[in-house]
Design a protein. Structure first.
Length: 319
């Protein structure tokens, strides 16, 4: 039986990854940690430790205490927030990763840490972006992601650490809101559609980006960590996608269920510049071939589920 540590458990992905891992491996085998205890209030059915992941000593003590075998490092300041404070973004994003890798090396743990479409930049081929291609991001978030991919590959080849990663697209969920990302509009639009039947989008028409529904994102993390290592040609990091759309397409899909829904536009220049530097759609055939990546949700199926779940919250007065 594996002992798993999730670092950054209170974030958008961590808050749904922990319950999924606890279902798979048992509550007591999955330790949740976050710098903010309040964000993990719903994870009280298993062990929790408050942890600033940039504090290597405390991080190491927790790994020892729970005899951890696998670390999921979900700590990150996202792309738009990162541009507001690049030094902090580097310190947090790289600090958490560096500690995860060093502690994994010393304690023989495997490490999952997400990369992102943000690892690509304006010189990357935009359509059907290849698995192995030019990566010259112009955001600090992207610089951290490329550095993280390289560092994780280095720890694998040099020290034999079992490092694995995916390049996540925008992740859409109805549980925890994202914060400070360029793709956040694709979550906010569903909440506003239920609450006000209208939404003002901060990215322009025609801005195509890869996206994914949270159940597929969670499945990807665990499926890759469980994959047969002999089948993995790549490690850090795999392109994965489930759909690619622009704001007009998501608005049209929502309008099929809420006919009065209207989308307006008020473009945020900083976010638009970031979105323009990212791929329109990625080629994820390497993930399909090497570990069986196979997403379940497309835009239509995700929209039905999102609207249903958010409507339930609205009816209960939770939002
Ligand atoms: C962001 O928009 O910063 C993230 C991402 C695509 O990595 N959602």
């Amino acid at each position: 039986m594996k002992n798993i540590l999730v670092v950054g458990a209170g974030g958008q992905i961590g808050s749904e990854l922990v319950p999924y891992l606890r279902e798979q491996y048992g509550n007591s085998n999955v330790v949740a940690t976050d710098i903010d205890k309040k964000k993990c209030a719903n994870l009280s059915d298993g062990p929790f430790e408050q942890l600033d992941a940039t504090n290597g000593k405390e991080f190491h003590e927790i790994v020892k205490k729970y005899k951890i075998d696998a670390i999921y490092n979900m700590v990150a300041l996202l792309s738009a927030t990162g541009e507001k404070n690049p030094e902090l973004a580097w310190k947090i994003n790289m600090g958490a990763l560096e500690n995860s890798l060093n502690i994994a090396k010393e304690n023989n743990c495997s490490v999952f840490t997400p990369s992102s479409i943000g690892a690509f930049g304006p010189t990357t081929p935009m359509d059907n972006t290849p698995q192995d291609t030019i990566m010259q991001p112009n955001t600090i978030y992207g610089v951290c992601k490329v550095s993280g991919e390289l560092l994780s590959n280095y720890y694998h080849s040099r020290f034999g650490v079992d490092t694995r990663s995916v390049r996540f697209p925008g992740i859409i969920s109805n549980v925890t809101l994202p914060g400070g990302g360029t793709t956040d509009y694709a979550v906010e639009v569903y909440y506003e559609a239920i609450k006000k039947q209208q939404y003002t989008c901060n990215l322009g028409k025609g801005t195509f980006l890869d996206m994914m529904y949270m159940p597929d994102a969670i499945k990807a993390c665990v499926q890759l960590m469980e994959a047969d290592p002999t089948k993995l040609i790549h490690r850090n990091s795999f392109n994965i996608s489930a759909m690619s759309f622009d704001p007009e397409m998501i608005a049209d899909e929502i309008a099929k269920h809420i006919p009065e829904f209207k989308m307006a536009y008020d473009v945020d220049k900083a976010k638009q510049a970031i979105a323009n530097s990212w791929p329109n759609s990625m080629d994820d055939s390497a993930a399909k071939e090497e570990w069986g990546w196979n997403p379940r949700y497309n835009l239509a199926a995700m929209t039905i589920d999102m609207l249903e779940k958010i409507q339930e919250k609205f009816d209960k007065g939770l939002i």
